[in-house]
Ligand binder design. Structure first.
Ligand code: ADP
Ligand code: MG
Length: 337
């Protein structure tokens, strides 16, 4: 059977807004060491702990072409390995003699290698993001790839049903323990073959640096938003932990709405409450949301109040706040609320 490959292979450049703090360097160094020692790597952590970003960063460091796969419960083994494609039906209409129609059917089937097969064959780096979202039956094919470095293939593809995995093949997995809990035992068998690094939410400096880098907000203002988010996280009032994603969303929306990081700014308070209550309660439980919104209000008062609001010039504050090089927001908050 004719074998083809239709797979998107990426060449990753280092991200321009990637933040490298001590925390990020530490995870990167550990991850690269396990990969160099020949182990598949698994980054496990809650949403927003930086798994996907660090997986991409590690893959870029390896300098090999990359194939990315996002776990999905709809997937089957053929989505990873490949399958038969190729039924073709063509209808030809003669423009001069309208009664003439010609239909061609081509039943020749072609085997198309999918991402895992392509990566194993050429020694590429595979990033399998949120692998536990796929059903265990779809992922079982990975067991022999990781353990024996052999990929089992359908006899229909031709050959002897196995492919030796290229020595440069590297696999990086990510998963979220919240989604993983009790999913299935055979996912555990897969996980046993990997080295797992557990990621927690980054430290404060890293969250501030990420917020600044992704939004362009000044460091002092970003730090206040991060403090609100971290305190909310620690207060355990939420169904789901707020993340640095929430910080980035708040910081970016502030610019659009011309709001200031200031407890007196009504728009700022509204943005924080909208973003953080939606991030932390996905079920939309009204009573729960109300409590979270109230808690956010208290934290905004605690972390974003200006020392002496009477001395502020609203306009001057707004300009200073939104610039990337903004000065500390003691002189940079607007009072619009
Ligand atoms: N080192 C970093 N540098 C820049 N941005 C980062 C970094 N780590 C995480 N981020 C940003 O933080 C957010 C959450 O990271 P992400 O990798 O998507 O987390 P996860 O995959 O664990 O849910 C994303 O917007 C991402 O761009
Ligand atoms: Mg992710």
């Amino acid at each position: 059977m004719l074998v083809k490959e239709f797979t998107t292979v990426l060449e990753l450049e280092p991200l321009p807004d990637f933040v490298e703090t001590g925390h990020v360097r530490d995870v990167t160094e550990r991850g690269l060491a396990y990969i160099e020692a020949g182990f598949p790597l698994h980054l496990r952590g809650l949403s927003g702990t930086g798994k996907t970003t660090i997986a991409m960063h590690l893959a870029a460091k390896l300098g090999r072409p990359i194939v990315v796969f996002f776990g999905d419960e709809e997937y089957s083994t053929s989505d990873l390995v490949g399958g038969r494609y190729g039924y073709r039906r063509r209808r030809v209409v003669d423009n001069f003699i309208h009664s003439v129609h010609k239909i061609e059917e081509d039943m020749r089937q072609t085997w198309v290698d999918n991402r895992l097969t392509v990566a194993c064959k050429h020694g590429f780096t595979l990033i399998y993001d949120e692998f536990t979202r796929s059903r265990p039956e779809a992922n079982n094919v990975l067991l022999s790839v990781l353990q024996e470095r052999m990929l089992a293939l359908s006899p229909i593809r031709g050959g002897d049903g196995y492919m030796k995995v290229h020595p440069n093949f590297v696999a990086i997995f990510t998963s979220n323990p919240e989604e993983y809990a009790g999913v299935c035992k055979s996912q555990d068998a897969l996980r046993d073959r990997m080295v797992t690094i557990d990621l927690d939410h980054p430290d404060r400096d890293t969250e501030v640096a990420i917020t600044v880098s992704k939004s362009g907000l000044g460091k002092e203002d970003a730090a206040k938003i991060v403090d609100v988010v971290r305190a909310l996280r620690d207060s355990v009032k939420c169904e789901f932990s707020p993340t640095v994603r929430g910080c980035i969303m708040i910081a970016k929306t502030l610019r659009i709405r011309n709001a200031a990081v200031n407890s007196g700014d009504r728009v700022f308070r509204e943005i924080c409450k909208d973003v953080l209550s939606s991030e932390t309660s996905r079920g939309g439980n009204k009573a729960g949301m109300k409590k979270v919104r109230e808690a956010i209000g208290v934290l905004i008062d605690r972390y974003c109040s200006l020392p002496d609001t009477s001395a502020l010039d609203t306009r001057r504050g707004r300009h200073a706040r939104t610039s990337k090089t903004a000065q500390p927001s003691s002189g940079g908050g607007g009072l619009s609320g």
